[in-house]
Ligand binder design. Structure first.
Ligand code: AMP
Ligand code: ZN
Length: 432
């Protein structure tokens, strides 16, 4: 059973007590690593510093740069011989980050993912196919072990090869898949291109989508294309991987599992907590990590706590769909824009397909935004109709992002598509 009722519906005061107890343990554990032992000594911090959860604020933030500059094992809190897995994510520059796991860490992570899957209705009778890569990307092994823990029949199909994915889904009566949103769309299109309707011709009921920002409009599209309920899942390698926060059947925000992490939301500039319900950067402290505890880790992901309680009965707080990462924000002509704002508008037009690309370029003395978006295959090639549509889209985008982009409607399948997370923005501006 992965409905952990006692923990999932624990009264808030008891949950906070549990957090405080685990925070003390985490700090004592973190102190065994080279990085934190030096830091705690310098700042005179230790587990006695935390008499209440508020005291966590006395600890400095940990950043991705800290992980990089203590590559590879500066954060290890147990001897390497006791670690059983290493995940590494490469940045574009400098050292990659390394995350170490003990067997107990991997067990806790599998339980966490199994809990999420159970929450959205998966049972041991389900057939689960995972379309994530099984290498360093934690969406592969993370979901694999979670689904096995739940007892489902698992199909580790891994990334790509849409024809084979479709064959497995059809032949093995797959009921649930995990996919990144851009791949879920590809898969749906694959079925339609082969003359199949996934709503009727498959047994699919549930989709887990995450790993990249997507809009509510995109979710709705995917749900109606595949005939499934799609649940947003959030995770990151530094916090194990998938399962950190997950949507419940209400599909209105993601419960963040507060027995595994302490979540704070801070203003990314002042680093002070934001007012309840306001958007800011998510900061996470692990509570059950043995090999590599992290204290106040700055995720760079922007979200907010959703005030109030959830009708599903779970007491762990909910966070909102992610607005993006602070480093994804486009600044154009002094205006701040998130790609997801653009997606939200594009997805409202049924004449448009699912793929788009935002290019920032310098034209003469000005920086401009070009938005190329694929047409849906059902749509016309009548020039005047397309021109009218382009105008309407441009107008709505201007209302949303407060400047006027150049919009270009392009043929279906003409924009580049990779296997991994979708690339939505190309910045070709001079001096950036
Ligand atoms: P990685 O550690 O490479 O798996 O990447 C983790 C990052 O993916 C997070 O920090 C987020 O920026 C992004 N991410 C993961 N899940 C979601 C989600 N459900 N919605 C939006 N972004 C996500
Ligand atoms: Zn709920």
């Amino acid at each position: 059973m992965y409905w952990e009722k006692e923990i999932e519906t624990m009264a808030r005061p008891a949950l906070r007590d549990l957090q405080l107890e685990r925070l003390g343990e985490t700090i004592a554990q973190a102190k065994k690593s080279t990085y934190y032992s030096k830091l705690f000594q310098e700042k005179q911090l230790d587990k006695l510093t935390v008499q209440s959860l508020e005291d966590l604020k006395k600890f400095p933030f940990t950043t991705k740069d800290d992980l990089r500059s203590h590559y590879p094992f500066g954060f290890a809190a147990i001897p390497l011989q006791q670690c059983v897995r290493l995940h590494s994510s490469s940045g574009t520059t400098g050292n990659p980050t390394v995350v170490l796991h003990s067997q107990a860490d991997l067990d806790a992570w599998a339980n966490q993912v199994a809990r999420c899957m159970y929450m959205v209705g998966l049972r041991s009778t389900d057939v689960f196919q995972n379309t994530s890569g099984y290498g360093m990307f934690t969406g592969g092994l993370g979901f694999q072990y979670g689904a096995e823990r739940l007892g489902a029949l698992t199909i580790p199909a891994a990334a790509g090869n849409t024809k084979r994915q479709m064959k497995f889904i059809l032949d093995f009566d797959v009921t649930c898949i995990h996919a990144i949103p851009s791949y879920a769309v590809r898969l749906a299109e694959g079925f339609y291109e082969s003359g199949l309707d996934p709503k009727k011709d498959t047994k699919l009921t549930t989709l887990m989508i995450g790993a990249e920002p997507h809009s509510e409009e995109q979710r709705k599209r995917i749900e109606s294309l595949l005939g499934v309920k799609a649940y947003n899942c959030f995770g990151m390698s530094e916090m194990n991987g998938p399962g950190v926060a997950f949507e419940c059947p209400e599909q209105n925000g993601l419960h963040i599992w507060e027995d595994y992490v302490i979540a704070e939301i801070v203003n990314p500039v002042t680093l002070e907590p934001v007012a309840d319900g306001e958007i800011g950067e998510l900061v996470l402290t692990t509570l059950q990590r043995e090999a590599m505890p992290l204290i106040r880790y700055r995720t760079r992901d922007l979200t907010r706590f959703i005030p109030g309680t959830c009708s599903c009965g779970r007491t762990h707080r909910k966070i909102d769909r992610f607005k993006g990462r602070s480093d994804d924000m486009i600044i154009l002509k002094g205006v701040n824009i998130f790609p997801i704002q653009i997606e939200k508008i594009l997805m409202q037009f049924k004449e448009l397909g699912n793929n788009y690309l935002i290019t920032l370029e310098t034209v003469g003395a000005n920086d401009d935004m070009l938005i190329e978006v694929e047409l849906s295959d059902l749509f016309t090639d009548d020039y005047s109709v397309l021109q009218r549509l382009t105008k309407q889209i441009t107008h709505q985008l201007k209302d949303e992002i407060l400047l006027t982009p150049k919009v270009k409607l392009v043929e279906k399948n003409s924009l580049p598509q990779g296997e991994g997370k979708a690339v939505r923005v190309k910045d070709l501006r001079n001096n950036t």
